[in-house]
Design a protein. Sequence first.
Length: 263
Amino acid sequence: MEHFPLPARSLDTPRDRDRTQAMRSREEENQITWTELPPLKIDPDAIARNRIVTANRSDIAHVAFDMMRTKLLQSLRQNNWKSVAITSPTPACGKTFTAVNLAFSLANQPDCRTLLLDLDLRRPQVGKTLGIKNAGSMESFLRREIECDDVFMRYGDNLAIAPNRQPAQYSAELLQSTTTAEALLEMRQRMSPDIILFDLPPMLSTDDVLAFLPNVDCVVLVAAAEHSTLSEVDVCEQSLAEKTNVLGVVLNRCQYSAEKYGY
């Protein structure tokens, strides 16, 4: 008996087109319009006191962060990466200082939408650094109890910051939970960022960083001159390299000055 193959079902039937259009419509409805985010009002005294030099670029020190921004953008685009964790070996190395300055430097790139999240759930510092009084709860956000627009505040056209108003208990368990992964996925879908910066706790103090690393593409380690030891940096680099991509080590509190080159 001769067999005749059945005709292949079209993948572009009117029903399929309607279903696809409905899915796209739902996605568009869930998109957050950045201009509708609450504006971020930073305290000029706080940014001056905490040396956030990239916010207004009046200090020559902003050049170092702009150079870091350019190298970061090149690496991310080359590897098709988007999310960056920022941590340090121990406290007082300047990881939040670096994360916030890098975020404002990226804000000067008109074609780059940047998110900064304070995920140092034990000692949140981003809000304090910028003098923000009405920060939301990152714990509630990661538990999917509140939405993106409840925690993010917009600065300019292309920077949104999510500070955290209070510490969270059992932070490592929360950071590696499925609800956190789901909250971050929804955030990406709704806000369509080009770069996401996560300010994480120091590595050698807790297991929070290792718990969260599966959620990021790469990591930057911030060490402090005359404070961090070579052994601390080596231990952190090795641990990080086993779990994710290490972009490099930033040396903070260095006495180098860009002015020596006459620029």
